[in-house]
Design a protein around this ligand. Structure first.
Ligand SMILES: NC(=O)c1ccc[n+]([C@@H]2O[C@H](COP(=O)([O-])OP(=O)(O)OC[C@H]3O[C@@H](n4cnc5c(N)ncnc54)[C@H](OP(=O)(O)O)[C@@H]3O)[C@@H](O)[C@H]2O)c1
Length: 290
């Protein structure tokens, strides 16, 4: 099996590539061939040179706040580039594995139960809307697809584009000794890229196609996550919960975006471990790597 992985240098891509069994062509904007989703004409080379059986798209325009002021850039990568990728995969009969986000939800602000794949999405940000457009284009144009919605990713490589991840940001800020205020009214499921990568591969290996939710299990707020990071790291930090209105940012976030994992379970895939266990494993792994 030959895999072409876009966004191979991102935090998910870096944990996914070494776990794929078969030949893996790791692609990015500076690889050879260079693949840039904002230049759809660059995508054909991927198929001509890498000749993949499976294309895995871990690449995205991920700047949630910046997307509010540059929607064209977000849509160029997350929707129009993905549209061309989906068309080419369909033309070459490749399986397209495409990652999406819990931020396709949020419009129903009263929701407090996990979202299933059959629930109607409703994003509240340009980023969420651009990712939802990408999902629909994959599902409409490429019959052999897996669209995998995940959430709150952290991996030891850190998000290339955003520089680090939430866990690293909290540990860095804690090191500065200042009081920390973290929002306590947004609930989701922080997910370790190793677990997301492994469950994605297990799902690919079943031969199933369609839309799936794929995160660690359980849920927490960002404040609960921060508290747990410090607790597991043995750090005493002056940490207080705040409502989102006290931390103004350009993009709205969903109040509750926990994803139901029943679809994954029904596909015969072990539901990834609880987020706290995964976080413990991450904290151990980052110590081993440094
Ligand atoms: N991070 C999260 O919390 C989160 C949550 C839910 C869903 N997701 C989704 O999960 C997937 C993986 O996210 P991640 O956190 O691993 O992202 P990441 O670490 O920020 O990596 C994103 C990758 O996308 C590539 N990229 C950006 N613009 C590109 C373009 N125009 N053409 C080609 N490649 C481009 C970057 O390549 P360069 O190395 O060239 O910059 C980078 O390797 C994405 O689909 C994301 O939307 C992420």
């Amino acid at each position: 099996m030959r895999y072409a992985v876009l966004g191979a240098a991102g935090q998910l891509g870096r944990d996914l590539c070494p776990r794929l069994e078969g030949e893996v062509v790791a692609l990015g904007r500076t690889s050879s061939p260079a693949v840039d989703l904002s230049r759809p004409e660059s995508l054909r080379a991927l198929f001509d040179e890498a000749r993949p059986d499976v294309v895995v798209n871990c690449a995205a325009y991920n700047f949630v706040d910046k997307a509010e002021s540059e929607p064209e850039a977000a849509f160029a990568v997350n929707a129009w580039g993905v549209r061309e990728l989906a068309r080419l995969c369909a033309e070459r009969d490749c399986l397209l594995v495409h990652f999406s986000t819990d931020y396709v939800f949020g419009l129903d602000a009263a929701r407090r139960t996990p979202w299933s794949e059959s629930d109607a999405p409703g994003p509240v940000s340009v980023y969420g809307l651009s990712k939802l457009a990408g999902e629909y284009l994959v599902r409409a144009l490429c019959p052999r697809h897996l669209v995998l919605r995940t959430c709150g990713l952290y991996g030891v490589w850190g998000s290339g584009g955003k520089g680090g991840n939430f866990v690293e940001t909290m540990l860095r800020l804690a090191g500065q000794g200042k009081p920390l205020r973290v929002v306590n009214d947004q609930t989701c499921t922080p997910s370790y890229t190793v677990d997301v990568a492994e469950a994605s591969i297990a799902l690919m290996n079943t031969g199933q196609t369609g839309l799936y939710h794929l995160t660690n299990s359980g849920s927490c707020t960002w404040h609960e996550l921060a508290r747990t990071i410090f607790e597991l790291s043995g750090l005493s930090v002056d940490l207080a919960p705040i409502p989102s209105c006290e931390y103004p940012v350009p993009a709205r976030r969903p109040t509750y975006s926990v994803l139901d994992l029943a679809g994954l379970h029904e596909a015969g895939i072990a539901v990834p471990r609880p987020w706290r266990e995964a976080l413990t494993a991450y904290l151990q792994e980052r110590l081993r790597k440094t």
